[in-house]
Design a protein around this ligand. Structure first.
Ligand SMILES: [Mn+2]
Length: 428
């Protein structure tokens, strides 16, 4: 079942195909001069995928407010429909990452079947112990897995185990754990004892993981806590993952670091020790801004992918990263933002594939700094758009994803069918 009409996509593509053929052939000749077969790169891009977050289908917005638009999804079933639109057009986002309790339903087998009928599967399951829910016995005001209150820690453990159970029914194989635990005042908590409590509680979640599952630990330097967080950085993350065991890996979110931190080096470091489990893509100017991927610093995104491609070429400990978009939108249509981000992400992957790794390594070994840098620069400056478009076209997607989406009038049609989401606070 397709959500958009295949004829609409075919008609839109028919208007673009001649120009695409011309651009693809020209780029193919340019790459061939350097000994690169464009079709081989296109095939790698066609095999690449990144998950979209269920919560990304809504206009989440800033920390202060959201500004809903007509036709926004109001539940997980409508979110899946919107994610199916993104996948049908882009052919690079075949999985959805759900979030609990936000996406709770009565029948998960039915939800999985519904997703499959839309051409979607499920990616990592995200637990939420950073906000209280109606009727919840214990508050997370004192933290969750690291709370000083034993009953609160127990509640957080049980919620994570419930997420694993839901994920099993959905066909997931990763549990992503991010805790909002931390402090706002010096002295508020003991750094060592709070980490002890976290590790003890996290080990009980770890013990409930099926054999083929992974626990992805996401670090974040600040927010909602502004003095300290329990899993503040990649150092805390890898130490926790090493202590928990081989199924525990680290997940890097591009926005969860201090400004100017060398995140591509963190990727390389985590991979060196077999602990890189996944990556959350977004972009930022100041903090955890959750802006669209590549909107602010596309070069950084390329450098991250350069390390991820290196990691693929030199795998350690079954390198099999979980890639996900993790961003928020309050002034755009979320479908358009995720289409735009998916294209930026696939574009940086393609550019990273075009790095002449022999030339790079030879320049590095010869201490030829300029030529090493130029090996990266040459790949970064190539316009890979025709490669992405051709891969999408061959998979049944759209050459121009945004123009085709607008031509479909999807949002206008959904505005007639869906209930308004209403006002409310922004996401956290
Ligand atoms: Mn994230």
């Amino acid at each position: 079942m397709t959500v958009l009409s295949d004829e609409l996509i075919a008609e839109a593509n028919a208007r673009e195909i001649a120009a695409l053929d011309e651009d693809y052939d020209a780029l193919g000749r340019k790459l061939a001069r350097g000994g690169v077969a464009i079709d081989a790169i296109k095939d790698r891009v066609a095999a690449f995928s990144v998950a979209v977050p269920s919560w990304g289908a809504g206009r989440g917005g800033t920390r202060f407010a959201k500004f809903p638009i007509p036709g926004e999804p109001t539940n997980i079933y409508e979110k899946l429909e919107d994610c199916a639109v993104i996948q049908q057009l882009s052919r690079v986002t075949p999985r959805v990452s759900p979030h609990f309790p936000w996406d709770k339903v009565a029948d998960y087998k039915g939800l999985r079947a519904e997703a499959a009928s839309l051409g979607l599967g499920f990616d990592a399951v995200n637990s939420n112990t950073f906000q209280d829910q109606p009727g919840q016995a214990q508050t997370y005001a004192t933290g969750s897995l690291s709370s000083t209150v034993a009953a609160t820690r127990q509640q957080a453990i049980e919620h994570n185990i419930e997420c694993i159970e839901i994920g099993r029914q959905l066909g997931s194989r990763d549990l992503t754990v991010w805790v909002g635990d931390g402090t706002n005042f010096p002295g508020q908590q003991d750094f060592a004892r709070s980490l002890d409590r976290y590790l003890d509680a996290a080990s009980q979640v770890y013990a409930a993981l099926p054999d083929d599952w992974r626990m992805l630990i996401e670090h974040k330097m600040f927010e909602p806590a502004f003095y300290s967080t329990v899993i503040s950085d990649w150092g805390s993350s890898i130490l926790a993952a090493q202590e928990l065991g081989p199924k525990a890996k680290c997940l890097v979110d591009l926005g969860h670091h201090a400004p100017n931190v060398n995140i591509e080096q963190i990727v390389a470091r985590l991979h060196r020790f077999g602990k890189l489990g996944g990556f959350h893509f977004n972009d930022s100017k100041y903090g955890d801004d959750d802006l669209d991927s590549g909107a602010i610093n596309p070069h950084q995104l390329f450098l991250v992918f350069n390390e991820l491609v290196e990691a693929e070429l030199h795998p350690r400990d079954g390198f099999d990263p979980s890639y996900m978009i993790d961003q928020s939108h309050n002034v755009t249509d979320p479908i358009e933002s995720m289409l735009s981000s998916a294209e930026a992400i696939a574009s940086c992957f393609a550019k990273a594939l075009l790095v002449d790794r022999e030339a790079l390594q030879a320049a590095q070994e010869a201490n030829d700094t300029m030529m090493a840098f130029q090996a990266l620069r040459r790949a970064y400056t190539i316009d890979v758009a025709p490669i992405l478009a051709r891969a999408r076209l061959e998979a049944g997607g759209a050459i121009d994803v945004l123009a085709t989406y607008r031509a479909s009038r999807w949002r206008e049609r959904k505005a007639q069918e869906r209930k308004p989401v209403g006002l409310g606070a922004g996401i956290v």
